[in-house]
Design a protein around this ligand. Sequence first.
Ligand SMILES: [Zn+2]
Length: 310
Amino acid sequence: MQRVLVVDKHKNPLMPCHPARARQLLSSAKAAVLRQQPFTIILLERDGGKTQEIQVKIDPGSKTTGIAIVADFRILHLLEKWEHHCAYCGVTDMPLEVEHIVPKARGGSQRVSNLTIACEDCNREKGNQTAAEFGYPEIGARAKQPLKDAAAVNATRWELYKQLKATGLPLEIGTGARTKYNRIRQGYPKTHWLDAVCVGDSGEQVFVPATMRPLIITATGRQSRQMCRVDKYGFPRTRAKQQRTVKGFQTGDMVRAVVTSGKKAGTYTGRVAVRASGFFDIKTVNDTAQGISYRDCRIMHHCDGYAYHI
Ligand SMILES: [Zn+2]
């Protein structure tokens, strides 16, 4: 949502506002236009005021630098977690603020486990007391509970989770911070597969033999993404690629060929590249064997768009 920049009468910045709010302020003569680009209004009466916690984030580049002004995202999580109610008096439909359970001035941290949301009145009344001193000892424990679905904020992760869950296999997820904590505490190096082992409650104590190696699966596609070549104007120059099957074999299939006689006698295991002649190339771990007859080949694994290696 596009926001309108706002300054007070001394030109000190205030929180940007919604364009509808800006129109309201302008038409009631509480504000005037300070400049057109970027559109900024000046509040004629207001002198200072509280701004929400915001962050300025930059992504510097040689040609273009991105700058973003971002409201403290924790409030969104906190509103969700505390169901849009003041943690103390329970009021809702009121402006709510981020509130430190143990006040910053008394060493309280900025972590979510030390934050809650409160209405302005409660926040002021609580002042420099902890939540317990203010008469709410249970709030500290509630704040330490993990954010609901925090691990699944990312859409891809969520989809992966759903699909794995649908298999009916027992599935465990956890937060990234927990995983890292578990992994480091047990002295395992940073790799994706060891991180997966260290996920969640059961990841607190795991045993991975030093000799164990992961199976690495790489998405390779089925070699049909580029449908045809184009000329310099972008017009099709060749026919669309078609997946070719020769004698029941496709390029990319894993095959094992046993050649019993002749110069090429031997056993070859690897990916096949089919040729119309029926004499194929097989890419083994070390080498490529050329001109192997389809008669000597057996399919071990059909090309499924992934490459596998240990
Ligand atoms: Zn309140």
